[in-house]
Design a protein around this ligand. Structure first.
Ligand code: ATP
Ligand code: MG
Length: 672
């Protein structure tokens, strides 16, 4: 176990009141959290089940859990919560769903699901084409939720007609979510907060449960998350939050680095500890990080030094185009791995946007380099696959309420939230599934005839399809299903482009083919399976895929800069260091470079031993080949610590522009 320095140990041992650890990257903030958990359990005798530590990404939470597992006996960690904010919220909703008017087994709408619902509501309520408005509307609704603004309040405070329209959609959106027994990501935080405000007894119960709270990456909390923390720690004020204002990279999603300063006002007895020694990176890497971030204005003065060796120069590699860039990354990884006897998992490739991973994947595959993408969307997380799976689940088990609610209005059948609410009310009173209730519900019910009629038609169709699934060729029946519901048309209405709609439909056919293959594989043998088994297997595969995410075998890690926060790797590549990529085009337009610079700072500080930055001199964009401009952040690096590579004879112009092509860099390149 590493020996804590004086300040770290002071932070670990202080448990009498609120505490903030404010410090730069790699200074051991997360280490303080994990060591403090051990201290609370082992030294102060607080049972693990009374301690909750939260962070932002699943990967970071998993990493934190592992670190705790390494320093403390597993028996003692029973019941300990180490999770994301969203998971903590989910646990609270799960346990208190009654108070919130949700039924067990509620579903979670991810951003794609939410988008489809919002788009549908926009089309139903006046928009002829949701198109460009869709994303801003979704963002606005999300920001209202994160600011804890209910639809009625959003409507009354609407600044103009446009906001009024969005507020109305927001109201419907919430009603439908409730009717579908579903919550969205923002609800995972918002609903617990509202619950706690309305039910002091429930809050008191959770305050008794969570006696000590720790928050990592505190600079990225939004209003709602901070409120959740405040509610949970109220009274006792036993908590530790750690953060770094220079790593605040989620302002676009409502994060408020001001929450750092706010703490001192809300908790006057707050004890602040600053850490100054970086234990992660070589001096060169740290110097580069410090130099880049010095270009931003600073609210808090921080010092960060390292007594690690100076280390290798930071390499900046200019590549001809994006093909050459990704190819270079692949060959560099193979080369370094071989020369230095490293594992694939010692390498990470970071990028600004998910789309940059595609080409990289192709190259890594070509060189047979195993890799894992974090935060990318898995096949089963795609909304069209979730729709299709819900239909299949409903066919093999009509009592699956979550599946029923997911597809009842996909495609649109104009079954309103009140109709669904009454159906669910009827079902609950009799303790039967929604599907069964629908069959039972007679004319005496209060459901408006139109709504009921539409529901009945849907039920009949499901019924008939179920029957045919068992009498006819099941795969043909499933294919017919998608024709019946005119799913392709629906995808066209709900996709960004015809091409995207087509891709999504292809995913559906891929799924259908998989079922065909499963059925064919066992045909005539003892392993012959029915369509139910095939679907069950698919559901299982979905869960396996989720598990796969957690596997930590020897693979190169590919992840966005955002997703890399809190993590560290011996050898880091950051690709696409070009204007309009990093910094992002939108940030340049909005003159919001500071957050992009923090993103660059986060990226640089992930590296322990070597850092390689690449850019493409030309890149295909919107189908056209365009010259690029190297990122301004490259100019901000300390000259003595970098080595430029790839500046061949044809690059005079670039050399002049950068003024950086020193003789030594060119010689270095020749030698490399
Ligand atoms: P970030 O800002 O990137 O989240 P952090 O401040 O959370 O970084 P940690 O991840 O906790 O930093 O620590 C960085 C590295 O330094 C880890 O590998 C950790 O094990 C190591 N480390 C932390 N404290 C010490 C120490 N006192 N002695 C030796 N190594 C340490
Ligand atoms: Mg950390």
């Amino acid at each position: 176990m590493t020996k804590l320095n004086k300040r770290q140990s002071e932070a670990v041992r202080y448990a009498d009141g609120p505490m903030l650890v404010l410090a730069g990257a790699g200074s051991g903030k997360t280490s303080v959290i994990t060591r403090k958990i051990a201290f609370l359990i082992e030294q102060l005798g607080i049972p693990g089940r009374h301690i909750a530590a939260v962070t932002f990404t699943n990967k970071a939470a998993r990493e934190m859990k592992e670190r705790v597992g390494r320093i403390i006996d597993r028996k003692l960690t029973r019941g300990l919560t180490v999770s994301t904010f969203h998971n903590l919220g989910l646990n609270i909703i799960r346990e208190e769903h009654d108070h919130l008017g949700y039924h067990p087994g509620f579903s979670i709408f991810d951003a794609e699901d939410a988008k489809a619902l919002i788009q549908d509501l926009m089309l139903t309520h006046g928009s002829t084409d949701a198109g460009d408005e869709l994303n801003p509307v979704q963002m606005t609704i999300s920001s209202w939720k994160n600011a804890m603004r209910a639809p009625a309040e959003a409507l009354s405070k609407a600044a103009d007609e446009r906001e009024q329209r969005i507020a109305i959609i927001y109201g419907y959106y919430n009603e439908y979510l409730k009717a579908y027994n579903a919550v969205d990501f923002d609800d995972l935080i918002l609903l617990p907060v509202m619950l706690f405000r309305q039910h002091p007894d429930v809050l008191a119960k959770w305050q008794r449960k969570i006696r000590y709270m720790l928050v990592d990456e505190y600079q990225d909390t939004n209003v709602c998350q901070y409120e959740l923390v405040k509610l949970l720690v109220a009274g006792r004020a036993a908590f530790t939050v750690v953060g770094d204002d220079d790593q605040s990279i989620y302002a676009w999603r409502g994060a408020r680095p001001e929450n750092l300063a706010q703490l001192e006002q809300d908790f006057p007895s707050l004890k602040v500890v600053k850490l100054e020694q970086n234990y992660r990176s070589t001096s060169r890497i740290l110097r580069a990080a410090n130099r880049v971030i010095a270009n931003n204005p600073h609210a808090f003065e921080k010092v960060l030094w390292s007594d690690h060796a100076i280390g290798e120069e930071i390499r900046i590699i200019r590549c001809r185009n994006e093909e050459a860039e990704t190819e270079r990354v692949a060959t560099e990884i193979l080369d370094q791995k071989l020369k230095q006897g490293l594992g694939f998992k010692d390498f990470a490739v970071l990028y600004r946007g998910n789309h940059q991973a595609r080409l990289l994947e192709v190259k890594l595959q070509a060189y047979q380099i195993p890799y894992r993408i974090s935060g990318g969307q898995s096949f089963f997380a795609k909304s069209e696959i979730k729709d299709a799976m819900a239909y299949l689940r409903l066919l093999i088990n009509p009592t699956d309420d979550a599946a029923f609610l997911r597809v009842v209005n996909v495609p649109r059948r104009e079954i309103g939230p009140r109709t669904l609410e009454q159906l669910s009310h009827y079902a609950r009173a009799r303790n039967v599934s929604l599907f069964k209730a629908l069959g039972d519900m007679g004319a005496q019910s209060h459901v408006t005839d139109k709504g009921l009629e539409r529901l009945r038609r849907f039920a009949h169709w499901v019924d008939a399809t179920c029957k045919r699934l068992h009498s006819d060729d099941p795969v043909q029946v499933i294919k017919q299903l998608f024709t019946d519901i005119e799913y392709e048309e629906w995808l066209h209405q709900h996709s960004g482009s015809p091409k995207q709609a087509q891709r999504r439909m292809e995913n559906i056919w891929y799924l259908v083919d998989s079922i065909q293959r499963m059925l064919d594989d066992g045909k005539g043998t003892a392993d012959e399976i029915g369509v139910e088994d095939a679907v069950t297997k698919l559901i299982l595969r979905d869960m396996m895929e989720q598990r796969e995410e957690e596997d930590d075998s020897d693979k190169v890690q590919l992840l966005t800069l955002h997703a890399s926060k809190g993590l560290e790797f011996p050898h880091v590549f950051i690709i696409g260091l070009e204007e309009e990529i990093l910094p992002h085009r939108m940030s340049i337009e909005e003159e919001n470079i500071e957050e992009e610079r923090r993103l660059m700072y986060v990226g640089i500080t992930r590296a322990r031993e070597t850092l390689t930055l690449t850019y493409a001199a030309s890149r295909r964009q919107y189908g056209e080949k365009m010259e690029t401009i190297p990122s301004r952040f490259l100019d901000e690096l300390p000259e003595d610590d970098v080595r430029w590579l790839g500046l061949g004879e044809a690059d005079v112009e670039v050399n002049q522009k950068k003024g950086k092509a020193t003789l030594s860099a060119l010689l270095g390149d020749l030698g490399a």
